[in-house]
Design a protein around this ligand. Structure first.
Ligand SMILES: [Zn+2]
Length: 416
């Protein structure tokens, strides 16, 4: 341990306290506004639905707090508690190749972190989601999903990690630039493969049937000059009652996906308006801007890691006695969020700005009033709170709070 230990502990305590304080503000705000539906929603949302949303938000918030405490405790155990040192020493005593030993040690730490997360995830799915009527998953489905995720991470993540560790060991001082390029190339490849290769492992995708809805959607796509590899309906209802619509894929491998739960709760014009919003993200180049911003942030991270990797105090400060490239990569991944959490509200600010732009695009290519009614239904059906704490939502929300978002859309309703 050294003075960097103190710096790390201060950063962790500070980020943890800020998150906790924001979560408490949010819970207090939601509880305070539980007794009455906000004026803007008086005619569209029932008191019963409003109170269900408040209770659901509070339940998730309590679990979130417990989860944060567990994560912080685990982080301390792994770093200054000696957990990472133990994993590296254990595998180094069994495996002679330093690369393989490092790889196995990193995998062991991630496996431990995944296992520790399981009780929270079980409680979330089978207690909270169950209580509020959202859970459609069975324990068998849950186990199957967890195992499939582990297999995928092992099959895809381990070779990638091995390649990056090899680059770190073999390429010299500019390794971080190579590692960055490999990671970005890999994530682009994954985005391209996701809709046709990975997503179908978890869900069934059925092409949308011919009919008035499909014609309406094709009309919208033609108006906006957008081509895709098809419109699909996903059996989201096998796990959860929450509904969504999204685009996936890159370049010519793009798909439009509607959850079956969404199709069942919205009418054709509302679905068109939701899709117009999603198209807005493409047309306003949000996807590409996010990709570039992400690539730039990743590059900065790798450059910082490229410097830290040679600093003895970095390892010692975080409880690791034997410096290695694998240990540096692992430590950096685990502790960096304690130092960079203040970037979160900046990213969230841009995400909300993009949401307004996509809403405006939707208003000029579909009906703003239909997007409003769709959003109200979605807020109600997902039991999303209509009364978030302003500071909490500014920090965390990737979408504008309901009242602000709908007020913007109301200014864009065109006379019939
Ligand atoms: Zn959006």
């Amino acid at each position: 341990m050294n003075s960097f230990t103190i710096v790390f502990l201060i950063a962790l305590t500070f980020s943890f306290s800020v998150q906790f304080w924001l979560a408490k503000r949010h819970a207090d705000h939601v509880a305070k506004h539980r007794s009455a539906v906000p004026d803007a929603f008086k005619n569209t949302v029932s008191l019963e639905a409003h109170q269900k949303a408040a209770d659901y938000t509070l339940a998730k918030s309590r679990l979130g707090n417990i989860d944060s405490i567990i994560s912080a405790a685990l982080l301390l155990i792994l770093t200054i508690g000696g957990g990472i040192t133990w994993a590296f020493e254990f595998w180094a005593s069994l495996i002679t190749s330093p690369l393989l030993a490092g790889l196995t040690a990193v995998a062991t730490v991630f496996l431990i972190m995944t296992l520790v997360e399981i009780p929270t995830s079980l409680y979330q799915t089978f207690v909270i989601e169950e209580k509020y009527g959202f859970n459609k998953s069975t324990p068998q489905q849950f186990i199957k999903d967890q195992l499939l995720q582990l297999v995928l991470i092992a099959a895809i993540g381990m070779p990638l990690l091995a390649l990056i560790l090899w680059v770190m060991d073999s390429i010299g001082s500019l390794w971080w630039l190579w590692a960055w390029a490999i990671l970005i190339g890999f994530s682009l490849l994954m985005s391209w493969l996701y809709p046709t290769v990975i997503a179908p492992l978890f869900n069934k995708f059925t092409p949308m049937e011919e009919g008035s809805l499909k014609e309406r959607i094709q009309g919208l796509l033609a108006r906006c000059g957008f081509s895709s590899q098809g419109i699909f309906i996903m059996d989201g209802s096998k796990r959860s009652g929450h509904g969504n619509a999204y685009f996936t894929g890159l370049g010519n491998n793009k798909r439009i996906v509607f959850f079956d739960t969404l199709i069942n709760s919205l009418d054709d014009e509302e679905l068109e308006a939701i899709l117009a919003h999603e198209l807005g993200h493409f047309k306003c180049k949000h996807t590409i801007k996010m990709l570039i911003a992400n690539a730039a942030m990743t590059m900065v991270s790798f450059a910082v890691l490229g410097w830290l990797i040679d600093q003895q105090w970095f390892y010692a400060g975080l409880g690791v006695q034997q410096p290695s490239h694998a240990a540096a990569l692992l430590l950096f991944t685990l502790v960096s969020s304690s130092f960079t959490f203040f970037i979160q509200p900046i990213i969230a600010y841009f995400q909300r700005k993009f949401e307004f732009e996509a809403d405006n695009f939707a208003s000029s290519n579909a009906k703003a009033e239909k997007l409003i009614s769709a959003l109200v239904k979605l807020f109600e059906e997902n039991a999303s709170t209509l009364t978030p704490d302003p500071l909490y939502s500014a920090f965390h929300y990737s979408h504008p709070p309901a009242a602000i978002r709908i007020a913007n859309l109301e200014t864009q309703i065109r006379p019939a």
